[in-house]
Ligand binder design. Structure first.
Ligand SMILES: [Zn+2]
Length: 315
């Protein structure tokens, strides 16, 4: 029998406000995700999270609101850290040259029509460089490839899409899925790009279908409250993305950049690109790019390159 405890900790992301940290205790103990920063860490300590006999810190993915205080737990308590190897590669690239990592992402933004007034701001304020200290200090002891039983009864499952190396944990005994940001209640996980050629939305939709075969009864997500019936939420997410693709096909009747498509897309809370803060704008343009890349890979759109810009339209 496993005992599951949830700790909700504050994070400095306006749209999310908090992140979840879980303790899974059986014959062995795992901590799933670690919040965003020292503020999250202090909150975990205040909530009485015990670091005694923790076997692993399992990080669902590389995003800063999930790995924030892992290096402190690792260094102060000597607990090994496990994460998906594809995300570890990205963190290693950040460690090697943070500016190159940032600039390669911004170059893709630029090629997709994002005005330099915006990319210039993103150079000044970028999530990777803003939290560089966290990325530099973390070491990965276990590189997950997928489908490992990391402790008896708990399996690590690869589900790329939200990030290249996103992972979930699945406990068959209780049909419980610790989904990270792969599946969230009430909010659609952000799907963006990490390079110029990988169809991240395609990977994500495949991951959702693979997760669906588990028919997990309980989902313990990376943000917001745990909920029942994973497949119900998976069906909503798949439907959401096909709606989004229909919307985009309607917008791209003539050659357009992803940025121009993003300007015409509907965003939650009646926002538009101009009224978003920089991080939200980053997410929105990333969403447009990942949908366009997937639609092109699937033959729903065609793409050409002109004057250093990618342009898309419905054939
Ligand atoms: Zn995330």
């Amino acid at each position: 029998m496993f005992k599951i405890d949830r700790h909700e900790v504050p994070i400095a992301i306006r749209a999310l406000k908090t992140a979840n940290v879980y303790e899974i205790s059986g014959r062995k103990r795992i901590i799933v995700d670690t919040g965003m920063s020292d503020e999250s860490y202090n909150e975990l300590m205040a909530q009485g999270l015990s670091m005694e006999s923790v076997d692993y810190i399992f990080l669902t993915h590389m995003h800063i609101d999930h790995i924030g205080s892992a290096h402190r737990m690792q260094q102060e308590f000597g607990i090994p850290v496990a994460m998906g190897e594809e995300d570890i590669k990205r963190v290693n690239a950040i460690k090697e040259s943070p500016e190159d990592f940032r600039d390669s992402l911004l170059e893709i933004m630029r090629m997709n029509g994002t005005p330099s007034a915006i990319t210039d701001q993103m150079i000044q304020r970028h999530f990777v460089l803003d939290h560089l200290d966290t990325y530099l200090r973390i070491e990965f002891d276990i590189h997950l490839k997928g489908n490992e039983e990391i402790i008896p009864g708990v399996r690590a499952l690869s589900n790329p899409g939200h990030s290249p190396g996103s992972f979930s944990l699945y406990i068959a005994e209780c049909s419980c899925l610790f989904s990270g940001d792969h599946i969230l209640p009430g909010i659609t996980p952000n799907i963006s790009f990490y390079d110029d050629s990988t169809d991240m939305l395609g990977l994500y939709l495949e991951s959702l279908k693979r997760t669906r075969t588990l028919s997990a009864k309980m989902v313990y997500p990376g943000h917001r409250s745990p909920f029942e019936n994973a497949n119900n939420r998976i069906d909503q997410l798949i439907a959401h993305h096909s709606e989004r693709m229909k919307e985009i096909a309607g917008i791209a009747s003539k050659w357009m950049t992803a940025y121009e498509v993003a300007e015409s897309m509907r965003w939650s809370k009646e926002r538009n690109l101009v009224s978003m803060n920089l991080m939200e704008m980053n997410f929105a343009i990333g969403e447009a790019i990942s949908h366009l890349m997937h639609m092109e890979a699937d033959g729903m759109l065609e793409r050409k390159e002109e004057n250093g810009l990618y342009l898309y339209r419905t054939p």
